[in-house]
Design a protein around this ligand. Structure first.
Ligand SMILES: [Zn+2]
Length: 639
């Protein structure tokens, strides 16, 4: 995953209507038997009330008389935590032959339901509603339905019997959508009659791995010519205008597919769907799957230049995950079902290498200009290099504790650290890439590692787990070196500065100019923040609310802290520009910078000892070294 972009800041009333589809009797209609396996479970999902944010799910589950435990998926792949939205399951009813069967929730495992299948029954029927979230939840527990569109994640809509892996269960699925809605999914379709879709039966693993994006405003954009593995973008949006992806951007995503092929040398999927949802009323993130990704951004992302400029990294990251995360997966994340806890200590590979390769492909496919691409790296390097939390919490602990950190608040991130295994691992993998090039006199690079580790033979999805030792071994096959020490020293470090060797040995250096780069200012405008972390150590919302301070820098030294609110700067009502001008003037002004700050119902004026003027990150070329960074980011695919 999963890049979380922003919380959805809205609240809407929940409808409580119920409308159940007639259930197919067992042995008819959808019921099928997969060869040599348990009889299929049939699942009918009625999404016709998606605009009311209620989905109706009915299952027919083959069963034998006696005790049976049914699970609601808890550990969701790609979400890296026990995040299944169990509180949004409602209206649960179990029957056998039309007669009610009592259920009991397990006293310890909130995701387990126990039933007693009555004598003579060959199946049980289970019905429940999924109340699609409207608040600030994340990923598949986040807002996913609006008046005009919905993204269905099947983990929201299924129960499965205990006692076998998710590969062992076959689901025959029928879906009903609101009239006139188009849809995209990597799930193979058996037949599509009007608003009713029957899918070809698949394993529970594949079902949960294959969400559906559907909407009134739908556009399908092919990225590959006929005769090669189909790649498409399925756009759904809250307005028809929002679907207007430019030809230029489409060409960029076509180059992305070509560059990924050149990087990995093989594909481990039979089709690929970017399910790209554009709405201000759904949670914003990317969530990877083997043959698709669930990518959600603001409604006007494709048509507002500022938003478009900031958004180009999402699809490359999620696409890379098909190789790095889905095909090659840390052993601790390759669990047999959705109840077994995941171990996340290798997320610095799963997410960190993906963050690096997504960054590389974003540059190679020219989705970002070379200048924006470098500036992005400057900004990542800058905040990590001065983040005080690194002096107590090593990077490896951010990976181990991922399930906590995804849910941590944005306040105090500088001291707590957040999910730094994304961006700090980007720096580490960049350093490894540069080092391989130096060790092999530019004959080899991390591309060769990817070909060996993620490439091989093309074919349908499969999972090949790996351990830390496998990563060390594969790097050593590309360029002999003490990779174990290289990695562990960086993962376990509590040094005050970030590993910037990839930048410096790549021919560049992190520098600070007195004016902010255009990309930096675009980020502030779109995210509605003022970022003065490199001057006085202060990160603010447009409202003036203090999101964070950097310990040791002037704002924190005088006592400004998250939860407070900036009111005025040098006696003037605060705004981003007023603050920035006042900071710039500290180089020449004789009086100290003065901030009036609200803390609950108290007000206090703080005088800051700061004379540094503007200070904003950028990368500067070091002409004494070869420009390996630009070499890494230039197009590699054959024209
Ligand atoms: Zn990810």
């Amino acid at each position: 995953m999963s890049i979380r972009i922003r919380r959805a800041p809205f609240l809407m009333p929940l409808a409580a209507a119920a409308c159940l589809l007639p259930l197919q009797p067992s042995g008819a209609g959808l019921a099928v038997r997969s060869a040599g396996a348990a009889p299929a479970i049939t699942l009918e999902v009625d999404a016709r009330e998606a605009p009311q944010k209620i989905f109706h799910s009915r299952l027919v589950i083959p069963a034998s008389p006696g005790p049976l435990t049914l699970y609601y998926p808890k550990w969701i792949p790609g979400e890296h935590g026990p995040t299944g939205p169990i509180t949004d399951l409602a209206g649960l009813r179990v029957t056998a032959g039309g007669k009610p069967v009592a259920w009991n929730r397990d006293a310890e495992d909130m995701y387990a339901f126990h039933v007693e299948v009555p004598a003579g029954a060959k199946v049980i029927e289970v019905a429940f509603d999924f109340l699609s979230p409207v608040g600030e939840g994340r990923y598949s527990a986040g807002a996913s339905a609006t008046a005009n569109l919905a993204v269905l994640s099947w983990n929201q809509l299924v129960l499965y019997p205990a006692g076998a892996s998710s590969d062992a269960w076959t689901y025959a699925v029928r879906l009903r959508l609101p009239s006139g809605w188009g849809f995209g999914t990597a799930l193979p379709v058996a037949q599509n009659a009007g608003d009713r879709i029957d899918f070809i039966p698949v394993t529970l693993t594949k079902l949960v791995d294959s969400p559906v994006a559907a909407g009134l405003h739908y556009r399908r954009i092919p990225l590959t010519p006929e005769g090669v593995t189909p790649h498409v973008i399925d756009l759904v949006a809250d307005s028809p205008e929002a679907l207007e992806m430019s030809e230029d951007l489409i060409a960029g995503y076509r180059r992305l597919v070509a560059e990924a092929d050149a990087l990995f040398g093989a594909e481990h999927f039979q089709r690929y769907h970017f399910l790209y949802t554009l709405s201000d009323r759904v949670a914003h993130f990317g969530l990877e799957h083997h043959e698709s990704s669930d990518d959600r951004q603001a409604e006007r992302t494709l048509i507002e230049p500022d938003r478009r400029r900031l958004s180009t990294g999402l699809l490359p990251h999620e696409y890379v995950h098909s190789w790095n995360g889905k095909y090659r997966r840390p052993a601790g994340l390759a669990t047999p079902d959705y109840q077994a806890p995941m171990k996340t200590e290798l997320l610095w590979v799963y997410e960190g290498l993906t963050q690096y390769l997504g960054f590389v492909l974003n540059g190679r496919s020219r989705l970002s200009s070379p200048e924006d691409w470098r500036q992005n790296l400057a900004q990542v390097a800058a905040y990590l290099d001065q983040r005080p939390g690194r002096t107590w919490r090593p990077l490896i602990d951010t990976a181990v504790a991922a399930q906590l950190l995804y849910n941590a608040s944005e306040e105090w991130q500088e001291w707590r650290r957040g999910t730094d295994f994304y961006n700090e691992s980007l720096l580490i993998w960049l350093e490894a890439d540069v080092l391989i090039r130096q060790l092999t006199s530019a004959h080899r690079s991390l591309d060769d590692f990817c070909q060996r580790f993620h490439g091989g033979e093309s074919g349908p999805p499969k999972v090949v787990p790996y351990t830390f030792d496998d990563v060390v071994g594969a790097l050593g096959e590309i360029a002999p070196y003490d990779w174990r020490s290289f990695l562990t020293s960086r993962l376990e470090s509590t040094a005050p500065h970030a590993p910037l060797g990839g930048i410096t040995n790549g021919g560049w250096r992190l520098a600070f100019g007195d004016t902010a780069h255009a990309l930096y200012k675009t980020g502030e405008r779109v995210r509605k923040v003022a970022d003065e972390r490199y001057t006085i150590g202060l990160l603010l919302q447009e409202s003036g609310a203090v999101t964070d301070v950097v310990q040791g820098l002037p704002a924190a030294r005088v006592g400004v802290a998250p939860g407070m609110k900036l009111v005025a700067v040098n006696g003037r009502a605060w705004s981003r520009d007023v603050l920035r001008e006042a900071i710039r003037a500290t180089k020449t002004r004789s009086q100290p910078l003065e901030l009036l700050v609200e803390n609950g119902d108290s007000f206090k004026s703080y005088k800051l000892d700061y004379r540094g003027g503007g200070r904003y990150p950028t990368l500067e070329r070091d002409s004494s070294k070869p420009d390996l960074l630009s070499e890494i980011g230039k197009p590699h695919a054959a024209k």
